[in-house]
Design a protein around this ligand. Sequence first.
Ligand SMILES: *Cc1c(COP(=O)(O)O)cnc(C)c1O
Length: 427
Amino acid sequence: MKYEFKDGLEFAKTMDEKDVLRQFRGRFYTNDEEIYMDGNSLGLGSRDAEESLHNILRAWKEEAIRIWGAEDGRYFNYSKVLAHKTKDLINADPEEIIFMGSITTNIHQALATFYKPTKDRYKIMVDELNFPSDIYATKSMIELKGYSIEDALVRVGTRDGRTILEEDIIAEMKDDVALILLPSVLYRSSQLLDMERVTREAHDRGILIGWDLAHSMGSVPHDFKKIDPDFAVWCTYKYLNGGPGATAGMFINRRHFGKSSGLKGWFGSKDESQFLMSHDFDQDRDANGWLLGTHSLFSMAPIEGSLNIFNEAGMVNIRNKSLHITAYLMYLIDSKLARYGYSVGNPREDSRRGGHVALEHEEAYRISLALRDKKVIPDYREPNVIRLAPIALYNTYQEVYRLVEVLEEITVSKIYENYTLDRVTVL
Ligand SMILES: *Cc1c(COP(=O)(O)O)cnc(C)c1O
């Protein structure tokens, strides 16, 4: 898409006035003293999330053990409650969605279920740029099955250090590959992969494929009826604003409902047999058969309120604004910051980018520290990327304009030179 932007704060103000999502900002705990650009790492709290958390606290105080049966069992079946509120974000059936654990545990569950190596087909394909935890989980599952990582792990390479080409993924889909695990959006460069094409090519070759939606859930709408992946995992604390460490989600395609879950626990039982206390596992008929133990209501409650906001706002509106406001940021980087050594490291095409801008600079680390002292919260990723995520639901065009002014000030004054190059724990 071709966007038309102009320099100047007035233009930013006009766009804020025209923003169809502008009424949502007030539902979040924003801080007018600070520009929060880190919603891709930890989304902001909202009044809606707070209210659903309070509801559960109240239910616990008033009901004690009866909380599990209160309100027609909605808290006992809370994963289902959240599944219903998630289905439109990915166009899946609610029976295909569960909430438990973290991305990492859910990858373990998925691989334990779907990775069934045989003599001829025993490899797992990942990419060289994925988040470490996905790779650790994959490696541990390969070792648990008795294979060596050197032999059984295929890592698709990057040509430019930032992105992975779909052609290169497809070229590695050999007859010995059993399963593929890839991110929808790469966490550093913001590249959005063509999930439909890659999934189709995998299936044409008899390979199972799962997607990690960490950086697209709540930012990019997905059509799972079309993409038709075998499984997917996602966290809820990034774009979904579910709170620090909020419970993660998982999608199991309904064509796999008959399969035995790789890891088993009593919450995976059919409702009617869970409390019969038999030692023979009676797996639930749908994705709920992959649940493990008692769910943490306090880690799930804020997700409910937050998902209400997403369903009200609509993923298409969210994506449209996200594309527009990130394009505006790229325009300002090109026109005002390029002369100071800044560049855009993410793909430019709308169809190939997620919700953040990957701003590159050789002094990115020290600039990110200086930004914090100037009340702009970015995040930094080695070796030279400042991730900036203007979030559709709560960031404004004026904040983006101000952010670029601050970046300019920091580089013109070289104030970043006052900071140490030693890495402190980077969040
Ligand atoms: C954020 C993120 C994770 C984090 O995993 P958790 O188990 O939720 O801590 C994993 N993978 C990717 C790609 C991520 O972006």
